[in-house]
Design a binder for this molecule. Structure first.
Ligand code: GLV
Ligand code: MG
Length: 350
């Protein structure tokens, strides 16, 4: 491990100093755009007003013969639009692919000053982050980029999950980690063709009632196959001071299941999720903006404990230093949402 005093030094002469704190940004949804499709690029100005992050996807879902067009299309859309407070990200190809070196070199050269975050797929360990970290520093220096481009890792291989703590702390460039259930399922040999969500066969069977036969029907309960990974990722990210996200939900015809998957991740500590279809944007906005009733109760806790210490009862519920911290998480997020959304600001009374 690097010495603490060296950790925050630029990795190339002339590269900007690494950030010590992540910028405070609302990132409820990372909206994927296929940049080789002109019709989709034309919608970017509209999207900028609707989503928190616009991501130009260069990796999976882009056909091999459109990889160069996607890269050029991303550069065009980045140059053509003013993103304001909306994040501009790209998902580059994997480090073992034939496209990735040109993805990084061309994108940073053309729009490195505008780019907030590079999403790196199929991260297996800290070594993948170190490679991109060094290369970005060299390119930032070469192109006189003044703010560091951050790295977001996708957690989508068994080896990556094993190494998630080392990945989260590999560089001051680390912005966060997203759970990628599709590649992860394949990497683990999970027997599913779904992209996120539950599975009808992943369940526990209730005990048999005493005296009933083996063929008497018993209740079964569906379980969450992503719980372990999500919790492990959230702990690794929170401990490293970076953000955790749920990734894609593939069944566009089942908004209720998408909402349930997003909500589980929100409750466990995630900041947002990917939206692959326009219909998922409203779901992410609803889920990752705290509930006004919860915010009202959290404000009551904080008001009753101005210095955050002691113990009080509110509506029959015990509050102390710890619940005051919980309340602060909700109110801080509500303030971030309110700054962007006047409708919710009014409902939060902030
Ligand atoms: C995302 O890239 C996934 O594989 O789920
Ligand atoms: Mg993937």
């Amino acid at each position: 491990m690097k010495l603490p005093r060296n950790f925050f030094k630029p990795l190339a002469i002339g590269a900007p100093a690494p950030l010590r704190e992540l910028p405070l940004k609302l990132e409820r949804m990372i909206h994927f755009v296929p940049p080789h499709v002109e019709k989709m690029r034309a919608k970017v100005p509209e999207l900028i007003a609707q989503v928190d992050v616009v991501l130009g996807n260069l990796e999976d879902a882009i056909p091999a013969d459109a990889k160069t067009a996607a890269r050029a299309g991303f550069i065009t859309m980045a140059q053509a639009n003013d993103f304001g407070a909306t994040g501009l990200w790209t998902r580059i190809n994997a480090l073992n692919s034939p496209w990735v070196l040109d993805d990084i070199r061309e994108v940073v050269a053309a729009v490195g000053q505008k780019l907030d975050v590079i999403m790196l797929p199929k991260v297996e360990g800290a070594w993948d982050i170190h490679y991109l970290d060094q290369l970005l520093a060299q390119l930032e220096a070469k192109h006189a980029i003044t703010k560091p481009i951050l790295i977001h890792a996708i957690l989508e291989t068994a080896e990556g999950v094993t190494n998630v703590e080392a990945i989260a702390t590999a560089s001051p460039r680390m912005h966060g980690v997203s759970l990628g259930p599709a590649d992860l399922a394949a990497s683990r040999a999970m027997k599913t063709t779904r992209v996120g969500g539950g599975h009808p066969d992943y369940r526990v069977l209730a005990d048999a009632e005493p005296g009933t036969g083996a063929d008497t029907p018993r209740a079964t309960y569906q379980q969450d196959p992503w719980h372990y990974t999500m919790a492990k990722m959230v702990d690794a990210c929170a401990a490293a001071g970076i953000k955790a996200f749920y990734g894609p939900f593939g069944d566009f015809s089942d908004p209720a299941a998408c909402e349930a998957q997003f909500r589980n991740s929100f409750l466990l500590g995630c900041a947002g999720a990917w939206t692959l279809h326009p219909s998922q944007v409203a779901i992410a906005k609803r889920v990752f903006s705290p509930d006004p009733a919860e915010v009202a109760f959290a404000k009551k806790i904080i008001a009753a404990m101005p210095d955050g210490s002691g113990a009080v009862m509110i509506d029959g519920k015990m509050q102390d230093d710890a619940t005051c911290k919980q309340a602060k998480v909700l109110v801080d997020l509500a303030r971030l949402v309110a700054a962007k959304d006047p409708g919710l600001a009014a409902r939060y009374r902030l």
